[in-house]
Ligand binder design. Structure first.
Ligand code: NAI
Length: 274
């Protein structure tokens, strides 16, 4: 049985992932702001560094898997917070834990993206650039400026929707670029992305009530006529973390009830151009 890190283990999909892994007999090191094995703020460099060193101590330098699930939603008031938690938390944490994953010989990583990266038409190209070069301060500043320039009606409905979708877009790009580098691929550390759609958690509800949700009135199509439960995502995270999942890296899996396929049926496959 393996040792796995789950960030965001106190709620929603992270809690469901931690439970799924524990039920399968694994040791789980949960990281969250509260109610976790390791209490840390993954939105700061200090919190990430403290979490990395505590994890390395607990796993004695050999780690089988990481599920980077922690995140904040588009109702978060400050776009800088979205940048630091949704993009830099997984990227910096995984840079710190990669050697321990390599030491296991079959390290597995899943990062949680979002289908908003392909279904929200507000991807900020400059922010993507700043994220991919790893400049956290510049990215935070740019995201806050772009937020202030967003039309008031959009801000009122969803204050940081552009930063949210853009951080998830850049995270998926980072994962595809990183997964195939020798430091990851040739060390047996596989890195994949799960892009959930509407999954009923505190983040999705943003203070609303689950019983008021209606798939027919939802802003994006829900072809299966249902919303997701945290366990629907935890199931796939578990599959990617298994040592037998050995020939898939750099993949993005939508777990969204068909939303992305309904909105963009012809977007994939994309033909190669020369
Ligand atoms: P949730 O709100 O139930 O759980 C998120 C967890 O992350 C919480 O326990 C929270 O304390 C933790 N967290 C937040 N900021 C943190 C920080 N600075 N340091 C450490 N932990 C922190 O949310 P949910 O829905 O389970 O979200 C999980 C992931 O799924 C997030 O990355 C989210 O963006 C993503 N997602 C969620 C969707 C949904 O419909 N619920 C859709 C698409 C993506």
């Amino acid at each position: 049985m393996g040792i796995h890190v789950v960030t965001g283990s106190a709620s929603g999909m992270g809690a469901a992932t931690a439970e799924t892994l524990r039920e399968a007999g694994h040791t789980v090191i949960g990281i969250d702001l509260r109610d976790a094995d390791v209490t840390a703020d993954l939105g700061t460099d200090e919190g990430r560094a403290a979490a990395i060193s505590e994890v390395l101590e607990r796993c004695a330098g050999r780690l089988d898997g990481v599920a980077a699930v922690a995140g904040v939603g588009p109702s978060t008031p400050n776009a800088g917070t979205v940048v630091s938690i949704n993009y830099f938390h997984p990227v910096r944490l995984l840079e710190g834990l990669r050697p321990a994953l390599a030491a296991s010989g079959a390290g597995r990583v899943v990062v949680i993206g979002s289908n908003s990266s392909t279904t929200v038409p507000m991807i900020d190209d400059r922010l993507v650039e700043l994220l991919l070069v790893g400049d956290e301060e510049a990215a935070r500043e740019h995201a806050r400026g772009a937020q202030a320039a967003t039309p008031a009606a959009v801000r009122a409905a969803s204050p940081t929707i552009s930063a949210y979708a853009t951080t998830k877009f850049a995270l998926a790009r980072w994962a595809r670029q990183t997964a195939v580098t020798p430091e990851w691929a040739r060390q047996g550390v596989l890195l994949n992305v799960i892009a959930p759609g509407a999954v009923v958690t505190p983040l999705m509800l943003a203070g609303g009530r689950a019983e008021d949700l209606d798939t027919d009135a939802f802003p994006t199509p829900m072809p299966l006529g249902m919303f997701g439960a945290p366990e629907d995502v935890a199931f796939w995270v578990h599959q990617f973390l298994r040592p037998e999942a050995r020939f898939t890296t750099g993949a993005i899996l939508c777990v969204d009830g068909g939303t992305d396929a309904a909105m963009r049926p012809d977007a994939q496959p994309t033909a190669m151009t020369v």
